[in-house]
Design a protein around this ligand. Structure first.
Ligand code: ARG
Length: 483
C-alpha cells in the first residue's frame, strides 16, 4: 500500500527505491535513538577504516586525511552538543556519513568503500564493550578493595554462620566478607577471559562475503587495538557470542551482588540486628517515621532480574538466526547498554554502601554467637579428639542439646559433673573448647574460618588486588574513558 505523505528523508537507498519509507516504518526501523551511544566508537572505527583505505591506495592519502579531519570534527561537534541527529538518519552510521559529506563534500561518500554497516556495527559494538569491560573490571577491583579493607578490620569480630538459614557454626566476620572477595575475583577473571574473544576485529568482513578491494584488515585491526581478526567473514558479521558471554558474566556479577544485598537486608532487620545503616546510605518512609530502609541493597537485588532478562533476550535472539547479518541483530544493543549501565550503577552504589553505609553492631554479634548451640559440633569434635568415635560423640551431643533446650540452658551452663555424667572423657578444658572465640580460632584448616587462615587469606587477596588495581588504573589512564 502506498501512502500520500511526502518522503520524510532524503533518499538513503539506491535508485531502486521510488518512494520514501512510510513514516511509521521509518521510526520503527530507526536505531538512532539508542545507537547514538556508539558514536565515539563509530568515529574511531571509521577513522581507522579511512586510514586503511589511504594506506592501501584504495583512496588517495589526501582523501584519507580529509575523511579523518572531517570525522574528528564530528567528534568535536558531538562533544559540544552541536551534533544531534534525529530519526531521519536511521542509525548512527548513516548519521555520521551524512554529516561527513556535508563537512568535506563528495569525498565523504568514499568512506563507505569496501565496508558495510554490518561489519561496521560489529566493530563499533566490540569497541564499546571493550571499553565498558575495562571500566567494570576496575569497578570490581575497587569494590573488592572495599570488602578487603572492611574484612581487615573485622577479623576478630564473630558472626553466626548459617546453613539452611539455621545457626550452624560461628565465623569470623572477615571470613564471611572474604567469600564475596573470592566471588568478585572470579567475576573479574570471567571478564578477562571473555576479553580475549571480544577483542577480535570483524572490520573488512563487508556485508557478509568480504570485498573485492585490496583491503588490509590487519592494518585497521592494529590501529583499533584488536588482538586478531575474524577469519571467516560470515562469522565476523553475525557473531554475537562476545555479547552473550558478557551478559553471562554480568548476570553472575549481579547474582553475587544480589546475594550480598539479601544478607545486608536481613542483617539490618530488627530480627537479626547485625548492622545499622548509616544515614548517607539509607532512606526513610513517607508515612512511618521510625523506618530506615535498605533501599540500596533492595534495588540491587531488584535490578538483577533485568540483567538476567537481557541475557535471555539475546540467547533467544540468536538461536534461530540463519547466517549472516539479520536486522534482528539491531536488538542486541539496548540489551547490552542496559546491562552495562545496570552493572556499573550497582557496583558504584554497593561500593559506597560498604565503604561508609554499614555499621556492624559488634555487641549484638557477640551476644548472638554466645546464645546458641552453634558450638555443638565442637563438643563432638572435643570427644572425637579424645578417641571417641565421631558418630558416637555426635549422638551424645544431640542428647545433651535436647535436655539443655528443655531446661532453658546453653552448653556453657552445664556443670563439669553433668558433662562427665554424659561421658568420662570430659574435663575442665571443655569450657575453653566451646567458647565462641576458640571455636572459630580452632577451624584453622586451609580455607577455614580460623583467624590465622583468615589473616593469610586477606594478605594474599590484598596483594593480588593491589597489583590488578594498579594495572587497571594504568590501562584506563592510557586508553582514556570514551564514555
Ligand atoms: N542499525 C543496524 C544495526 O544496529 C546497523 C546495521 C544495518 N545493516 C543492515 N544490513 N541493514 O544492526
Amino acid at each position: 500500500m502506498s501512502h500520500a505523505s511526502p518522503p520524510t528523508s532524503p533518499q538513503t537507498w539506491s535508485q531502486r527505491f521510488e518512494t520514501a519509507l512510510h513514516p511509521v516504518i521509518a521510526t520503527f526501523n530507526a536505531s538512532i535513538g539508542f545507537d547514538i551511544a556508539l558514536i565515539e566508537y563509530d568515529l574511531t572505527g571509521s577513522i581507522a577504516h579511512a586510514q586503511m583505505l589511504g594506506h592501501t591506495g584504495i583512496i588517495s592519502p589526501a582523501e584519507a586525511e580529509q575523511l579523518v579531519q572531517g570525522l574528528e570534527q564530528i567528534r568535536q561537534e558531538y562533544r559540544q552538543g552541536q551534533f544531534q541527529p534525529g530519526i531521519e538518519a536511521e542509525d548512527v552510521h548513516f548519521a555520521v556519513e551524512r554529516r561527513l559529506t556535508e563537512l568535506v563534500g563528495n569525498v565523504g561518500k568514499k568512506l563507505h568503500t569496501a565496508r558495510s554497516r554490518n561489519d561496521q556495527v560489529g566493530t563499533d559494538t566490540r569497541l564499546y564493550l571493550r571499553d565498558q569491560v575495562r571500566q567494570i573490571q576496575t569497578q570490581l577491583l575497587e569494590f573488592q578493595k572495599t570488602l578487603l579493607d572492611l574484612a581487615a578490620q573485622q577479623v576478630e569480630t564473630l558472626i553466626p554462620g548459617y546453613t539452611h538459614l539455621q545457626r550452624a557454626q560461628p565465623l569470623s566476620l572477615a571470613h564471611h566478607l572474604m567469600a564475596y572477595v573470592e566471588m568478585v575475583q572470579r567475576d573479574w577473571e570471567r571478564l578477562e577471559d571473555g576479553y580475549k574473544r571480544l577483542n577480535t576485529s570483524p572490520l573488512g568482513c563487508g556485508a557478509l562475503a568480504g570485498t573485492s578491494f585490496p583491503i588490509d584488515r590487519v592494518y585497521s585491526a592494529n590501529l583499533l587495538g584488536f588482538d586478531r581478526i575474524y577469519t571467516n567473514s560470515l562469522d565476523g558479521v553475525s557473531d554475537r557470542d562476545f555479547a552473550v558471554e558478557f551478559l553471562c558474566a554480568a548476570s553472575l556479577i549481579m547474582v553475587h551482588l544480589s546475594r550480598l544485598s539479601e544478607e545486608v537486608i536481613l542483617w539490618a532487620s530488627e530480627e537479626f540486628g547485625f548492622v545499622t545503616l548509616r544515614d548517607s546510605c539509607a532512606t526513610g518512609s513517607s508515612i512511618m517515621p521510625q523506618k530506615k530502609n535498605p533501599d540500596v541493597p533492595e534495588l540491587v537485588r531488584g535490578k538483577t532480574g533485568r540483567v538476567f532478562g537481557h541475557l535471555q533476550a539475546l540467547l533467544v535472539l540468536m538461536k534461530g538466526l540463519p547466517l549472516a547479518y539479520n536486522k534482528d541483530l539491531q536488538e542486541d544493543k539496548e540489551a547490552l547498554f542496559d546491562a552495562v549501565n545496570t552493572v556499573k550503577s550497582c557496583l558504584a552504589a554497593m561500593t559506597i554502601l560498604f565503604q561508609e553505609g554499614l555499621e556492624f553492631r559488634t555487641e549484638r554479634l557477640a551476644a548472638a554467637v554466645e546464645s546458641d548451640f552453634s558450638n555443638a559440633t565442637d563438643v563432638a569434635d572435643y570427644l572425637a579428639a579424645k578417641g571417641v568415635p565421631f558418630r558416637e560423640a555426635y549422638n551424645l551431643v544431640g542428647k545433651v542439646v535436647k535436655t539443655s533446650l528443655a531446661q532453658g540452658k546453653l552448653l556453657k551452663d552445664l556443670t563439669l559433673d553433668e558433662w562427665q555424667a554424659l561421658h568420662p572423657a570430659f574435663a575442665e578444658d571443655i569450657y575453653a573448647a566451646i567458647a565462641p572465640r576458640q571455636v572459630v580460632a580452632a577451624r584453622n584448616s586451609l580455607g577455614g574460618t580460623g583467624f590465622e587462615q583468615v589473616r593469610q587469606a586477606i594478605a594474599t587477596a590484598q596483594e593480588r588486588n593491589h597489583t590488578l588495581l594498579a594495572q587497571a588504573h594504568t590501562l584506563l589512564a592510557q586508553t582514556g574513558r570514551l564514555s
